[in-house]
Design a protein around this ligand. Structure first.
Ligand SMILES: C[S@@+](CC[C@H](N)C(=O)[O-])C[C@H]1O[C@@H](n2cnc3c(N)ncnc32)[C@H](O)[C@@H]1O
Length: 319
């Protein structure tokens, strides 16, 4: 087993490569030091999972700076690891790691692949991996519809006993709750009144239909860069919403209502990722054939594949 040890708070070392975790995710990766978009707890959970499952055929959805893919490749020593991202350019550090460690046949990196482009996802995975998958980790859009679509597509390709992991399933939910509470304090109103609108604004934001403009983005970027993002992200988001929708409670709700209705009309109503937990519980409630075991922790949903024969895309919501 490859040794993984924490050498500093939030810095992990594996096989001579350092991994700097959340909150340093906004920095870039180098071949000696990768940033990884995970908290230390989530990284430890992945290490445990790798040590127990020993996956040989891995698919990662959401490469970012290549940190988690590099960690998976060095820890699991898989036969093949396919990682893809909507970003067109694969992270140079990961490409370099593969080259310098003789792992170009193991680490296969694809840019410009959106997780909801089902035919492209199947083409990439099918061309790279022969046989059933041991592990899929979806750490990409964290948007409900896209995450479900990818699950529907790739879960059937997982071998019985293999795992499908969905990361950050409740972080948006927690942020909505915390932001609603903060705003209610600022505006002197009830969270019940604000909650549904904050939920829909932030969900549209996660789905990418509600872009922050550059003046709004700056407070968020600065909290990420000064390394205190975990504590400051939520207040910064609340500040942005206050700035955008005014500090008057009645106006605030009215303006959100207006904007969200327009977005719903243009892009369709969106759902929070946390709803996926309900769908998966329903899947599990049908028995052990499709989903042998379902587990949740504070960061991940883990779904262990049962023995049912399934074709890609065969799963249905509420099936
Ligand atoms: C949280 S980061 C991934 C972090 C990485 N797995 C790690 O732990 O170091 C999310 C990544 O998902 C990508 N992403 C967002 N929407 C996507 C989509 N629709 N399809 C594929 N990738 C997407 C983003 O570009 C971003 O690089």
């Amino acid at each position: 087993m490859v040794d993984a040890r924490w050498v500093e708070e939030s810095v992990l070392e594996v096989d001579g490569v350092r991994f700097r975790g959340w909150p340093w995710v906004a920095l870039g990766s180098t071949v000696d030091e990768f940033v990884i978009g995970k908290t230390a707890e989530a990284t430890n959970a992945i290490i445990d999972l790798i040590n127990s499952l020993k996956p040989q055929r891995i698919v990662e959805v959401g490469t970012h700076e290549g940190g988690s893919a590099a960690l998976l490749a060095l820890l699991a020593r898989p036969q093949r690891l396919v990682t893809f991202d909507i970003n067109p350019v694969p992270p140079q550090a990961l490409v370099e790691l593969a080259e310098t460690r003789g792992l170009t046949d193991v680490i296969r990196v694809y840019g410009d692949v959106s997780q909801d482009d089902i035919s492209r996802v199947l083409e990439v995975v099918g061309s790279e991996i022969d046989g059933p998958l041991d592990l899929v980790i979806d750490d990409a859009s964290h948007a409900y519809g896209k995450t479900w679509l990818t699950f529907q597509t790739l879960f059937p390709l997982v071998r019985p006993g293999g795992l499908y992991v969905i990361e950050d399933w409740c972080s948006e939910h927690r942020m909505v709750t915390d932001v609603s509470e903060l705003l209610a304090g600022e505006l002197g109103t009830g969270t019940a009144e604000l909650g549904p609108w904050v939920t829909r604004v932030l969900t549209h934001h996660v789905e990418g239909n509600l872009e922050l403009d550059s003046s709004e983005r700056r407070p968020l970027e600065s909290v990420v860069h000064d390394g205190s993002a975990v504590d400051q992200f939520t207040p910064a988001m609340a500040e942005i919403l206050l700035y955008r929708y005014s500090a008057d409670p009645v106006q605030f709700v009215a303006r959100m209502e207006e904007e969200v209705s327009a977005l719903d009309e243009q892009f369709g109503a969106v759902d929070r990722l946390v709803r996926l937990a309900g769908d998966l519980l329903e899947l599990k409630a049908n028995g052990d054939e499709v989903c042998e075991w379902l587990g949740f922790d504070g960061e991940m949903i883990l779904v262990r594949r049962g023995p049912a024969d399934l074709a890609a895309g065969e799963l249905r919501l509420g099936a």
